[in-house]
Write a new protein. Structure first.
Length: 202
């Protein structure tokens, strides 16, 4: 799969309140993108089509359920929010600068509406990094003003959630309504794009 990010991915500009990504990170990111492209190509050769569904194919359909745990061991599942609040689901990596910008925007959204108004679940999809490194990153980020994420973060250790949603670029955001139906998909990132879900929440 091609892990190509949205606008500005790989840009090393600082994200307020979040640790910056160093050159080794961007080099590793490029290697991962090349590897993902090879995997996607292999899927086409073996199956005659893309190995996984496209994210937008899920619009109007029930969001695939999942359950797992955060890097710190807290249970996380999509079904926990069904029938209660709409859910913003995003896929991210510590090596994706624009993912971190989106995460900061989602934190502001979560603080505005609170857990009684919206759920936010950020799925960490790069299992090669290891859960301990993700925990370290989140701890470091929380030490910066505005860098603490209080919404749910799921560590997708086997990539099962990423495959279920057909994610091939980062960040990718899904808006799931109270009934558990996917209503919107946003691939890539631009400043303020996460606010496109506000009208749906209200």
């Amino acid at each position: 799969m091609n892990r190509k990010g949205g606008a500005g991915r790989g840009n090393r500009r600082a994200v307020p309140g979040i640790p910056t990504v160093d050159k080794r990170s961007t080099d590793r990111e490029a290697t991962l993108r090349r590897l993902a492209a090879c995997v996607a190509a292999a899927g086409v050769i073996l199956f005659g089509t893309a190995a996984f569904p496209a994210p937008k194919d899920l619009i109007g359909k029930p969001a695939p359920d999942f359950k797992g745990a955060s890097p710190f061991g807290k249970p996380v599942s999509l079904s926990a929010f069904r029938g209660k609040v709409p859910t913003v689901l995003t896929f991210w990596s510590i090596y994706c600068t624009t993912c971190l910008e989106e995460m900061a925007g989602l934190q502001r959204l979560y603080e505005k509406y609170g857990p009684g108004g919206v759920a936010v679940v950020a799925v960490y999809e790069d299992a090669d990094v290891g859960v301990e490194r993700v925990k370290t990153f989140l701890d470091r980020s929380a030490a910066y003003p505005g860098g603490k994420f209080t919404f749910d973060i799921l560590f997708d250790g086997k990539g099962e959630v990423m495959r279920a949603y057909g994610v091939s670029r980062l960040p990718t955001l899904f808006f799931v309504d109270r009934d558990g139906t996917v209503r919107e998909v946003i691939e890539g990132f631009g400043p303020g794009r996460e606010l496109g879900v506000v009208s749906a929440i209200e």
